[in-house]
Design a protein around this ligand. Structure first.
Ligand code: KMH
Ligand code: ZN
Length: 297
């Protein structure tokens, strides 16, 4: 097992209220500081949910555009917008996220119970997201909350073709009440169901954070960490900030002899053009054809 570890940070999410986690970045300024600190600690991708002036989750397109611009301005991170939003967000708003033109966006591969709620992802909606991302040259990250979502991913790729960039990258979101548990057994089963050539990252929500991190590294996978998923650093110890979680993941990755992946490597792995410096007219750089194939996992 060789190579480096792509670390994604999910700093905010849509579920936690600011008063319950004062370190949660909810303003654009807080998000930019968090992203910069996480980049310095070893992250190469930022998975973004934003909040409104009252710190409530929002998919406001103007704010999303400003967020993409600010993150590009102040970091070189891959900017991945959430199309999952909050469980209450309508499909039309979730599709509109793509108009903010991020480098990447999440695409959840099916419906899942989400604690007391339902995170609804109808088949037709998933197909529409996949299609629109390809049309807009946005690289998807397929969010997998349950094993059936991997069966749906095979069906999606078989029926509707490869994503923009040609490479398939999944994120296993484990330990959500209603989804697959954050266990070695579930992770091993999920890895066994990946499409050929796909890569994966994994994150374990709450108490499954560390077991999933160790299991993912052992299985040759990549890591997602952040306050969207984890609010306790250890028993009785709230997370200080997102960079603390990234630093821990980076250290474990180094111990595993798979150090944090630089951003340019992450872009190449994910099959992504660099929107910060578009290729000169007439070159193929940044097109799907120019993208080297990623490793098996
Ligand atoms: N907030 C969850 C309901 C995503 O970002 O794409 C959905 C979620 C997945 O976080
Ligand atoms: Zn998310």
């Amino acid at each position: 097992m060789t190579g480096s570890t792509l670390i994604t940070v999910a700093p905010t999410g849509a579920e936690t209220a600011k008063p319950d986690a004062p370190a949660l970045p909810v303003t654009l300024e807080e998000l930019v500081v968090a992203a910069r600190d996480c980049a310095a600690a070893g992250a190469s991708v930022v998975h973004v949910h934003i909040r409104d002036d009252a710190a409530r989750p929002t998919l406001d397109l103007g704010r999303l555009r400003d967020t993409v611009a600010a993150l590009r301005e102040s970091t070189d991170l891959v900017v991945q917008l959430s199309t999952g939003g909050a469980v209450s967000d309508p499909e039309a708003d979730r599709l509109r996220v793509l108009e903010a033109e991020p480098d990447a966006a999440s695409c959840t591969m099916g419906t899942v119970n989400f604690g007391p709620d339902v995170f609804l992802n109808r088949w037709e909606f998933v197909v529409e997201l996949h299609r629109r991302m390809r049309d807009r040259k946005i690289v998807p990250e397929y969010e997998i909350f349950d094993l059936g979502h991997l069966a749906a991913l095979h069906r999606l790729l078989d029926k509707h073709g490869a994503p923009y960039g040609g490479h398939v990258h999944c994120d296993f979101v484990m330990g959500v009440p209603g989804g697959m548990p954050g266990t070695v057994q579930a992770l091993t089963a999920a890895v066994g169901m990946l499409p050929a050539g796909a890569t994966f990252a994994a994150t374990g929500v709450g108490r499954s954070t560390l077991p999933v991190m160790f299991a993912a590294l052992s299985a040759g996978g990549h890591l997602r960490v952040g306050m969207e998923d984890t609010l306790s650093y250890a028993a009785g110890q709230p997370v200080r900030d997102n960079a603390q979680l990234v630093a821990r993941a980076a250290e474990l990755a180094r111990i595993a002899q798979r150090p944090p992946m630089p951003v340019d490597e992450a872009r190449a792995l994910l099959g992504m053009r660099d929107r910060r410096s578009p290729p000169p007219v007439g070159t193929t750089s940044g097109s799907a054809a120019a993208i080297p194939p990623g490793p098996a996992h």
